[in-house]
Design a protein around this ligand. Structure first.
Ligand code: FAD
Length: 404
């Protein structure tokens, strides 16, 4: 079977789904682009993920701190549920401190005049909003269980071979297929970076004291530990530790895990009383040499990954999606070739420098806070306290992080 689509999106994670929806729902022309969304998993809605949780085991271990910029993108795609989903947790405060000294900084939504600093949401909840919307869109076709095996460019089209023997034609293939991107590999795009020799252990926990609507982040010499506020009395944790410790933490009995976590978190929320299923993710910094190849564009983790200490990986990926959608809509409304080098270069130019900057900043923070050298420890603690006392600088910083 030979099929032609205006866009083929490979990877139906949150960025891939959002791009397909944005392209259809924001189309300035009555004629919507036809889109094929390919993923190895079958896309299904699951209303149970929006039900009120009753225990620590009722949560997805992948939880995200979403910025206002990402919320705006969900609104544009027509899937932001407002107050109608009880599994969206706005947080009003953020408290960051250094285990190696007295340095601390506190951010408060009231100081910048917004109702919250952002939202804590489980991955599967966001994915469900998007899948439900995608499955209702006649212009979006979904294909799962097939494999993309080869791509070849001819004059104005890309020919895509699937493992099932089908051939697809499209002016544009988008690789939204994550850190191990197959599209990136097929396009021959090199990727640089390094391993942090660390893993992030994630889980939902129950705490003795109320989280106070605060996202807590403690910098330990071994790596940052975050408690993200969800429905009371639960928090989602992201605990960055050495690879060996991550393995131990995931295998030890609950009792030992809870003791270790309570101690490392300096009992800031009292005893950590219960923990749900634990998972661990290797931490790597990656950046593709280019985001584009002939008739191919990469977005999100396919193009770059960052340390999770600032909770920005998905948010950066969604900014890529927003930037690419803007370029594609302009070309689409002008009836131009949406896969042309000019269009794709404009996308790459709008995102690459910002992603480098954010990636470099998170990497710098990671290194600064893992360094136990006495002078540096003193300097960074003083720095935190000084910034905490200068609202102009502090609030400008947090507005940038919130995507305002
Ligand atoms: C511990 C941890 C905590 C994090 N916390 C945050 C946070 O608080 N905030 C934040 O913004 N970011 C966070 N991130 C980053 C975030 O998880 C990623 O940036 C985001 O999930 C990237 O989405 P993606 O769709 O690019 O990749 P993925 O989520 O990996 O999705 C890729 C999709 O492509 C599909 N796919 C892949 N290969 C193939 C193939 N060969 N064939 C068919 N389909 C394929 C997969 O099935 C999947 O659906 C965190 C990351 C880690 C490790």
């Amino acid at each position: 079977m030979n099929r032609r689509y205006d866009i083929v999106v490979h990877g139906a994670g949150i960025p891939g789904l959002a791009l397909a929806l944005l392209m259809v729902r924001q189309s300035p022309l009555a004629k919507k682009p036809s889109i094929l969304l390919l993923d190895r998993h079958v896309l299904q809605v699951d209303p149970a993920v929006h039900e009120k949780p009753e225990s620590v085991s009722d949560f997805d271990s992948r939880v995200f701190a979403l910025t206002y910029a990402s919320k705006r993108l969900f609104e544009e795609a027509g899937v932001w549920p407002g107050d109608h989903d009880s599994r969206v947790y706005p947080y009003e405060h953020m408290h960051v401190w250094d285990a190696g000294g007295e340095g601390q900084i506190h951010f408060d939504a009231a100081e910048i005049g917004t109702p919250s600093l952002g939202y804590i949401i489980e991955g599967r909840v966001m994915q469900d909003w998007l899948i439900a919307a995608v499955l209702k869109e006649p212009a979006i076709e979904v294909l799962s269980g097939d494999q993309l095996i080869a791509v070849a460019e001819s004059d104005d089209v890309l020919e895509i071979q699937l493992a099932s023997g089908q051939t697809l034609h499209t002016p544009l293939l988008v690789g939204a297929d994550g850190a191990q991107s197959h599209v990136r590999h097929l396009a021959g795009i090199e990727i640089g970076g390094w391993s942090y020799q660390q893993q992030a252990v994630v889980a939902t926990v129950e705490t003795e004291l109320d989280h106070g609507g605060t996202a807590w982040q403690l910098f330990l010499p071994g790596g940052p530990l975050a408690f993200l506020p969800m429905q009371r009395p639960w928090c989602s944790i992201v605990w960055s530790v050495s690879e060996q410790r991550a393995e131990d933490l995931c295998e030890m009995p609950d009792e030992a895990f809870l003791q270790g976590l309570t101690a490392d978190f300096q009992q800031r929320l009292g005893q950590v009383k219960a923990v749900g299923p634990r998972a661990r993710f290797p931490l790597r910094l990656r950046h593709a040499n280019t985001y584009i190849a002939p008739r191919i564009a990469l977005v999100a983790d396919a193009a770059h990954t960052v340390h999770p200490l600032a909770g920005q990986g998905l948010n950066l990926g969604l900014q890529d999606v927003s930037a690419l959608a803007t370029q594609l809509q302009q070309a689409w409304s002008g009836r131009q070739d949406i896969g042309s080098r000019r269009v794709l270069r404009a996308y790459e130019r709008s995102r690459k420098a910002d992603n480098w900057l954010m990636q470099g900043s998170f990497d710098g923070l990671k290194r600064l806070f893992s360094n136990e050298q006495a002078l540096l420890t003193q300097l960074r603690n003083t720095g935190l306290n000084v910034i905490d006392q200068v609202p102009l600088v502090k609030n400008a910083f947090v507005r940038k992080a919130m995507g305002i």
